[in-house]
Design a protein around this ligand. Structure first.
Ligand SMILES: C[S@@+](CC[C@H](N)C(=O)[O-])C[C@H]1O[C@@H](n2cnc3c(N)ncnc32)[C@H](O)[C@@H]1O
Length: 217
């Protein structure tokens, strides 16, 4: 039988639909549960601040329920923040939590696979536990972040890296997360590393990465 050709676009929209379904359920318990395994989310903001002390325009890709946007708004009181996410359910939570910041925080409901193209660009693009869920599409998201950054802008990432335990990698796959160690090498090719650390979680059940890089010319 002739193999059925599955285009990248079809796979990407299938993934988008299944992530939307997944987060329609998880949005309700997300903030109460993720502190136990999304390590390094506060650390990456401090690290980004030491690399880029006064960013005026910040984009968070895959902003989820808005936890980082709120911390960024506090850390950078003069910054305008944009969050983009494909999940309407996650953005509904984010909208409630960020309402008190008014127009300083704007939220966009869309998949991030092409640059937003904001005039003037962003000083800082943050991806916090988002790119590991871009399956497929993390290469396009990294290229888009590069295009969305200003000259000398910074890209910051905290995310799952890899696990030496196949059962854990499989479990994470069921939860839409890739743990194949491919993100950090691609970031090193696209940005000049300023901070590049791999840290163990739960005594080495998995590793996560903290990366800040400057846009290459
Ligand atoms: C694990 S959550 C991280 C949320 C937040 N950044 C945090 O640190 O808590 C991953 C988020 O990425 C979003 N996401 C996944 N693929 C995406 C895509 N292609 N475009 C935009 N958002 C995406 C999901 O909807 C989800 O809200």
């Amino acid at each position: 039988m002739k193999p059925v050709a599955v285009s990248h676009r079809t796979r990407a929209s299938d993934t988008t639909r299944s992530l939307e379904k997944y987060y329609a359920l998880h949005a309700h318990i997300y903030d109460a549960t993720r502190w136990a395994f999304l390590f390094g989310r506060s650390a990456i903001l401090e690290v980004a601040r030491s690399a880029a002390p006064a960013p005026l325009r910040i984009l968070e890709v895959g902003c989820g329920t808005g936890r980082n946007l709120i911390q960024l708004a506090r850390l950078f009181p003069h910054a305008q923040l944009t969050g983009v996410d494909l999940s309407a359910a996650m953005l509904n939570v984010a909208r409630r939590k960020t309402a008190c910041y008014g127009p300083r925080i704007s939220l966009k409901a869309q998949s991030y696979h092409a640059p937003l193209g904001r005039t003037g660009g962003y000083d800082l693009v943050l991806c916090s536990y988002a790119l590991s869920m871009f399956n497929p599409g993390f290469e396009a998201a990294i290229a888009s972040a590069r295009a969305d950054l200003k000259y000398n802008g910074h890209f910051a990432l905290v995310d799952f890296h890899a696990s030496r335990w196949p059962w854990f990698t499989r479990w994470m796959q069921i939860n839409h997360v890739r743990m194949d160690g491919q993100l950090l090498p691609l970031l090193r090719e696209n940005f000049t590393p300023v901070i590049d650390h791999i840290r163990p979680a739960y005594g080495g059940v998995w590793d996560y990465g903290l990366f800040v890089g400057r846009k290459k010319d």
